[in-house]
Design a binder for this molecule. Structure first.
Ligand SMILES: [Zn+2]
Length: 113
C-alpha cells in the first residue's frame, strides 16, 4: 500500500461479502433518499450529507449499501478515487478497511511533498 496512488486505488469490493444484508424496506427507503439528494451541497468536510432514519450518513456509504445490499460496519471505509468527496458515483467509490484507508491518505500526502 505504501506506493499506491490513492487517486487510482480501486479498493476491494469482496470485503463487502462479509456484510449483513439490509432490510428490504430500509434499502428501498435509502434508495429514495439518495435519489432526492442530487442537488444537495457538500458539508464542511466535502461529503454530501443525507439523513436516514433520523441519522446523519455520508451519501458515499449509502450508495455502497444500496448497490451491494450490505450494512457497512464502521471499520469499512469508502474512498473517493478521484479525490472529490462529493462525487458519489459508484465507479468513483473504493471499498477498503479503515487502516488501509488511513495509510492510503498518509502515503498520498507524503508523495505530494
Ligand atoms: Zn479516501
Amino acid at each position: 500500500m505504501k506506493n499506491a496512488d490513492f487517486r487510482e486505488f480501486n479498493g476491494d469490493k469482496s470485503i463487502l461479502l462479509q456484510c449483513k444484508f439490509m432490510d428490504g424496506e430500509d434499502r428501498k427507503e435509502l434508495k429514495k433518499v439518495i435519489s432526492k439528494s442530487r442537488n444537495k451541497n457538500p458539508n464542511s468536510k466535502g461529503y454530501i450529507p443525507i439523513s436516514f432514519k433520523g441519522k446523519y450518513m455520508a451519501r458515499n456509504r449509502a450508495v455502497i449499501m444500496v448497490n451491494f445490499n450490505c450494512i457497512l460496519p464502521r471499520e469499512i471505509h469508502i474512498h473517493h478515487i478521484n479525490g472529490k468527496k462529493s462525487d458519489d458515483r459508484l465507479k468513483n467509490l473504493a471499498v477498503l478497511r479503515d487502516y488501509d484507508h488511513l495509510s492510503l491518505h498518509s502515503a498520498g500526502k507524503r508523495s505530494k511533498k
